[in-house]
Design a protein around this ligand. Structure first.
Ligand SMILES: [Zn+2]
Length: 88
């Protein structure tokens, strides 16, 4: 997703990468890191999500929702598979 910086309107913002610490925290840590990660402009630095246009914000929120739903879905699937295995 490419988005121009809301401050200078010249540079494209990039999502700040998650640190090694959050990666080691596993899936939940990654999800938390994702939900709080901010965007960086090469010229202006960190830009909070609130400064972006409404359209971009809702797109990011939708992405987050889907990533959380996906994680929950995989988790539920694993539980179901384990449960089915127990019954067989
Ligand atoms: Zn900028």
């Amino acid at each position: 997703m490419e988005q121009l910086c809301p401050r200078c309107h010249e540079q494209q913002v990039a999502k700040s990468s998650t640190s090694n610490v959050t990666r080691q925290a596993g899936l939940v840590g990654l999800l938390i890191a994702r939900s709080v990660s901010s965007y960086n402009c090469p010229a202006c630095g960190k830009i909070p999500l609130a400064e972006f246009p409404e359209e971009f914000q809702s797109g990011v929120k939708k992405k987050r929702l889907f990533s959380i739903l996906g994680a929950v879905g995989v988790f539920a699937l694993v539980i179901v598979l384990l449960f089915v295995r127990e019954l067989m």
